[in-house]
Design a protein around this ligand. Structure first.
Ligand code: ASP
Length: 316
């Protein structure tokens, strides 16, 4: 049995208000990649590690998600991207922080995982490594979209307190009245029963320059071992402070998968955290809980693909 699950970020408050005009494009992106990569996983063509990398790369290329092209903009109206990946069988990992010119940050993280050392690279060194690895380089205008500029202007006009660097001033993607777009992540199990997880983001709109969220941190935004694979989304600071993705693995030693996931989301609350996660265990169970208005998400399992935004999966 193989499984592939993805998320496209969580956010918003109150009851889900239904699909926006842009949602069909996000749904189509998830549906297509789950069906295609799911079939390749099922035929044994892809390892779990390669499947999560390809899934996240596809979502990095979709400008409506907050990763790669279409990443949200920081306080200086620039893009800086974080990503991480982990392989369950041997806990090999790769992570990149603050990338500015690499089209697919998750592929750079994957290359670090494959090389084995170091686990983590930051800033221009991460982009330089990616370039040396032959990964495609792009410029800021290519990464920036009109939609993100509009979102940033709104943040700048309404939310910015001069000199503020706290997280109240940094909008979680999908928050506010804006149509939302989110951080992306994937978990998978391949025909050998191996697990993997990957996550990629542009962070939060208006984030201070140099701010690092949970997405690029192994154990916070991403975790995989031989029992579980986890990818988180939400207010990164709270997920870092609770080592959320790793604590999911620890909780699952004594709790069911859904109980463990709900516990992780409870744990982030006292730290002003909220969001969601996707998790998959070695038995092939998947959970995708969230405590926000929505979380873009989908799963390929047993040859079938399901996607959702609000509380229920969308009936196709
Ligand atoms: N966790 C991401 C961060 O804090 C944001 C998100 O998931 O939307 O950078």
């Amino acid at each position: 049995m193989v499984v592939l699950a993805v998320h496209g970020g969580a956010g918003g408050d109150g009851p889900w208000r239904g699909m926006t005009d842009a949602d069909p494009q996000r749904i189509a992106c998830m549906q297509t990649l789950l069906t295609d990569l799911g079939a390749q996983l099922a035929s044994g063509e892809l390892t779990a590690t390669e499947a999560v990398t390809l899934a996240v790369e596809t979502m990095e290329d979709e400008p409506l998600f907050n990763a790669g092209k279409g990443s949200v903009l920081d306080e200086h109206c620039e893009v800086s991207m974080d990503a991480s990946i982990m392989r369950g069988s041997d806990q090999a990992a790769g992570a990149v922080i603050g990338m500015k010119s690499t089209r697919h940050p998750v592929r750079a993280a994957n290359r670090l995982l494959v090389r084995g050392w170091p686990v983590m690279l930051t800033g221009s060194a991460a982009d330089r490594f990616a370039k040396q690895e032959g990964l495609e380089q792009v410029d800021l205008p290519w990464l920036k979209t009109d939609l993100r500029l509009a979102q940033w202007s709104k943040w700048k006009n309404h939310r910015l307190r001069p000199g503020a660097t706290d997280e109240e001033d940094a909008l979680l993607d999908h928050d506010g009245d804006d149509d939302g777009w989110g951080t992306v992540g994937a978990v998978a199990m391949d025909t050998d029963g191996n697990l993997a997880a990957a996550t990629s983001t542009g962070g939060m709109t208006g984030k201070p320059v140099g701010r690092v969220g949970d997405t690029g941190i192994i154990g916070a935004g991403t975790w995989a071992d031989n029992t579980i694979a986890v990818s988180c989304t939400g207010v990164g600071e709270a997920f870092i402070r609770t080592a959320a993705a790793h604590s999911m693995a620890v909780h699952h030693q004594t709790l069911s998968l859904i109980q463990a996931a709900e516990r992780v989301l409870e744990d982030v609350k006292p730290f002003e955290g909220r969001g969601g996660l996707i998790a998959l265990n070695a038995q092939g169970e998947v959970v995708m809980p969230f405590q926000t208005m929505l979380m873009y998400r989908g799963v390929y399992q047993g040859g079938e693909t399901q996607v959702g935004i609000g509380p229920e999966f969308i009936q196709s």
